[in-house]
Design a protein around this ligand. Structure first.
Ligand SMILES: Cc1ncc(C[n+]2csc(CCOP(=O)(O)OP(=O)(O)O)c2C)c(N)n1
Length: 320
């Protein structure tokens, strides 16, 4: 990958990290309400994945979706306004954190129902194939999702019909407070693909370049051969399940979280770029300053954006 592209990935990971740190602050100030799930710690997965896609490819995610929409090119101002529930938001203030949407950028949500996005992704991939497009669909989900029936029904059809879709399990080890080991008979989750004769891979989700490499292969398989894949990215969330879950809840220890932070994907990638001399401390500072401004402008935009009008409640219920 060229240096410019590597720096783009770094900048995006930094944007997502700082955007969400600010989101947490805004939540604390009650500017943001309702459910809100931070992606901090998992940034390499979304960024590495989107780096392997074309702009017109599709991405669909669960409710932990801030990082995905930003990586897919969503406007930070409109994303922050959505978190604030304002009319200038990507979903006109009616979706909130869990229902971010940006069709122009190929981002189809933001879904609050665990596994709800998986059949939709399968349908999107079917539609792309039916229309003769060569667009790829990526469907991200947590590891707690793979036991839902919708996952299995979707993988079966995707394999049977040879659909250009990539199911991406972001294994952050916990479904709310339940560790994978207490919920799943199988711990190597990419094995689930074997039941459906589907290509599979497991990747270090804390390493943006490794994620990119594995996803690039899966994207090629989808685009050129119209074949699906199941990828498991092993990652970790540094914050609680949602804003109502303290970081150090009873289901994991402080030591565990601290140990995981030594694998911070942002710092790991930064060290790599420093080592390669693709970046220096001054440039890091310049990126930080630029991102700080973008995030501040996003908050200002969200603050100043109006509340949705009452009549808007009847709009956008159906799509024509
Ligand atoms: C159908 C359904 N059942 C239960 C819930 C409640 N719920 C919200 S998040 C969650 C855990 C999902 O964990 P995982 O898929 O691993 O995703 P993560 O939060 O770790 O990203 C559950 C059970 C839900 N939203 N939808």
């Amino acid at each position: 990958m060229k240096k410019e592209k590597l720096l783009e990935l770094y900048r995006m990971m930094l944007l997502i990290r700082r955007f969400e740190e600010r989101t947490a602050q805004m939540y604390g100030l009650q500017k943001i309400g309702g459910f809100c799930h931070l992606y901090i710690g998992q940034e390499a997965v979304a960024v590495g994945t989107v780096a392997a896609l074309r702009d017109d490819d599709y991405f669909i995610a669960a409710y932990r979706d801030h990082g995905h929409i930003l990586a897919k090119g969503g406007d930070p101002k409109a994303v922050m306004a959505e978190l604030f529930g304002k009319a200038g938001g990507v979903s006109k203030g009616k979706g909130g954190s869990m229902h971010l949407f940006d069709v122009a950028k190929g981002f189809y949500g933001g879904h609050g129902i665990v596994a709800g996005q998986i059949p939709v992704a399968t349908g999107m991939a079917f539609a792309a194939k039916y229309r003769g497009e060569d667009r790829v669909t990526v469907c991200s989900m947590g590891e707690g999702t793979v036991h839902q029936g919708a996952f299995h029904e979707s993988l079966n059809l995707a394999s049977l019909w040879k659909l250009p879709v990539i199911y991406l399990i972001e294994n952050n080890r916990y479904g709310m407070g339940t560790p994978l080991e207490r919920a799943s008979a199988v711990w190597d989750l990419s094995q689930k693909a074997c039941s459906y004769d589907m290509a599979r891979a497991t990747v270090d989700g804390m390493d943006v370049l490794k994620v990119h490499e594995v996803m690039a292969e899966a994207v090629e398989r989808a685009r050129k051969l119209s074949e699906p894949s199941l990828i498991e990215a092993r990652t970790y969330r540094f914050r609680g399940h949602s804003m109502s879950d303290p970081v150090h809840s009873h289901y994991r220890t402080k030591d565990e979280v601290e140990e995981q932070k030594t694998h911070d994907p942002l710092l790991k990638f930064q060290s790599y770029l420093l080592e390669k001399k693709y970046i220096n401390e001054d440039q890091i500072k310049a990126y930080e300053d630029e991102i700080k401004t973008i995030v501040k402008e996003s908050v200002d935009f969200a603050e100043n954006s109006p509340e949705p009008a009452l009549e808007a409640i009847y709009e956008d219920v159906y799509v024509e």
